[in-house]
Design a protein around this ligand. Structure first.
Ligand code: S0N
Length: 291
């Protein structure tokens, strides 16, 4: 349980959720809690929630919908069932040029749709929480790495498999992992392709909490509701701040544009806009030159 004291406020965090479905997808489900949480579930349990290109395209679409909706403040990413969060790229549609949208099309050229999705999650200005039951393996492990927080069930298992199946993710898969657990441990994870249980993941800083499987969603929702009580702008700017150094110019761009977004509301910025529209010289003289 989160440490938020007792009483009504604490009880509200754990109030039952009645999810309502938003839109129709083939590989995923998008649901709203009605109080500010969107949940995206990968629904391919027969392959341990491996993603094919269509899965990633649908996830991207759902993330856009949740991002654009001002009623949504936090997004949960999860997998259907209790056996897997996600087992990475669907190896059945892995071609010689990447992952194929239509493996029966001889002219098809594959690619890594997951590259764009990883960036989308990082740049999304609302917290994204990975809710992990069972395996988070390969590209599925990297998906939880790019989420802001991870709540794991006690049956969760984490690991990379790239060198075992002839692939590797040297982007966020290497960099974020090293940031979280240290370079030596990250190399161990990638070079030996071992699996780690939830407790080991907690001890190495890979996840935020481990809870009994039966409590996974209840606890994840409580963490989300706790964040929903915070200032959305402060959360947005903190997320961008955590990513800024790692993301280089793209990170600075996000922070700078967020600053500009807030600057727009000031009298000083409005003076520039109004002067332009009125075809007059702007008068910035009344604004302080801050020390
Ligand atoms: C997840 C594992 C450990 C689960 O083991 P378990 O519980 O024993 O189940 P299984 O019997 O193995 O699996 C049940 C059924 O599910 C199928 N299946 C499982 N995973 C996949 C998968 N990824 N693709 C396709 N099918 C999968 C099984 O075949 C089985 O089917 P049936 O019942 O018909 O026999 C275990 O399943 C496991 O280790 N899975 C494979 C993990 C894996 O290899 N993942 C892919 C790793 N690569 C990526 O994720 C690519 C990431 C990527 O796109 C990328 C991005 C940027 C840069 C580089 C890359 C890159 O290529 O790495």
């Amino acid at each position: 349980m989160t440490d938020i004291g007792s009483g009504d406020a604490a009880r509200d965090l754990y109030a039952p959720v009645k999810w309502s479905q938003v839109g129709e997808y083939e590989d995923i489900r998008l649901e709203y809690s009605g109080d500010g949480i969107a949940k995206i579930t990968i629904c391919r349990p027969e392959v341990r929630n491996a993603f094919r290109p269509q899965t990633l395209i649908e996830m991207s679409d759902a993330l856009v919908i949740a991002r654009e909706d001002p009623g949504i403040g936090v997004i949960i990413l999860t997998g259907e069932g209790d056996k897997a969060f996600c087992s990475g790229g669907d190896q059945r549609v892995r071609g010689d040029t990447g992952y194929l949208t239509d493996p029966t099309d001889p002219r098809g050229v594959g690619r890594f749709h997951v590259t764009d999705l990883q960036i989308q999650i990082r740049r999304l200005p609302k917290p994204v929480v990975a809710m992990v039951a069972g395996y988070a393996i390969g590209g599925g492990h990297v998906l939880h790495l790019v989420c802001d927080l991870t709540i794991a069930a006690d049956n969760a298992r984490f690991g990379q498999v790239g060198p075992k199946v002839g692939s590797f993710d040297g982007g966020y898969g290497a960099g974020l992992l090293a940031e979280l657990v240290g370079v030596k441990k990250a190399k161990e994870i990638w070079f030996l392709c071992r699996q780690y249980d939830a407790q080991q993941a907690l001890e190495m800083g890979l996840v935020n909490a481990v809870v009994p499987l039966a409590d996974l969603e209840r606890e994840t929702v409580a963490w989300c509701r706790e964040m929903l009580r915070m200032s959305p702008t402060a959360l947005r700017l903190m997320k961008a701040s955590f990513n800024a150094a790692t993301d280089g110019m793209a990170g600075i761009q996000q922070l700078a544009h967020d600053a500009n977004l807030l600057f727009y509301a000031t009298e000083e910025a409005k003076e520039g806009r109004e002067a332009f529209k009125a075809k007059r010289t702007p008068d910035f003289g009344r604004f302080p030159r801050r020390p």
